[in-house]
Design a protein around this ligand. Structure first.
Ligand SMILES: [Zn+2]
Length: 217
């Protein structure tokens, strides 16, 4: 999954847990995956039309996308967040932990069986990527639902508070369409580098959205 991951983040952040913190959390496993690929710790092959939705053969990613490690990273992120951001408290830590783990659950729905349960264990994945209309619909549906919830709980501070969420949505939508309908990346390293850059830009835009809106409560 790609932009759909941001749906759960937008749905439950915007208070003590900032929207952009949620944006980092839901992609945390992929944010680790990219340098792991660049360092040769995990592996991906670019195979044109490997699934109906994209070109990734994600055959080796036990450190970031196995179930046991997804749980591990979720706990680490949640505990670290609670320690770093004291004002968010235990609830903030739990929200971050749950968001990190949500990445694995939504990947489970989309991926071919490439998510190991543990190191060397059986691999799972319900392969919704094989149905492009359904997978694209799900990505957009989740994102739109989450953003709608976020917008309903917050109000714009001036005109920028309206422009920022529209810009964020437009960029996410463009990235998703490019991912689904664009050419395959030139290499695994290129794919990892673009992922890091994209996640960074999306988080910056989310910070802009949060800075220009305020909670209604
Ligand atoms: Zn992932």
């Amino acid at each position: 999954m790609f932009i759909g991951h941001y749906g759960p983040a937008a749905a439950i952040t915007g208070g003590k847990v900032k929207l952009w913190h949620g944006f980092i959390a839901v992609q945390f496993l992929d944010i680790l995956w990219a340098p792991f690929v660049l360092l040769g710790i995990e592996h991906v092959r670019i195979v044109e039309n490997f699934t109906a939705s994209n070109h990734f053969d994600l055959y080796d990613m036990p450190y970031t996308h196995s179930l046991v490690m997804a749980i591990f990273w979720s706990v680490v992120a949640g505990v670290a967040y609670k320690m770093i951001r004291k004002s968010a408290g235990v609830t903030g830590g739990i929200i971050i932990g749950v968001l990190v783990f949500s990445h694995w659950l939504f990947d489970l729905a989309m991926h071919k069986p490439d998510l190991a349960l543990w190191f060397g264990g059986p691999k799972v994945g319900f392969a919704l990527w094989e149905n492009r209309p359904l997978s694209v619909g799900l990505e957009f549906g989740l994102l739109i639902l989450g953003l709608a919830l976020y917008l309903s709980r917050t109000r714009a501070r001036g005109v920028m508070g309206k422009i920022a969420p529209v810009s964020l949505f437009a960029l996410l939508a463009a990235a998703q369409i490019f991912g689904n309908f664009g050419p395959p990346p030139e290499s695994a390293d290129m794919a990892a580098q673009s992922a890091i850059i994209a996640y960074f830009i999306f988080a910056v835009l989310a910070a802009w959205v949060d800075a220009t809106r305020q909670s209604k409560s």
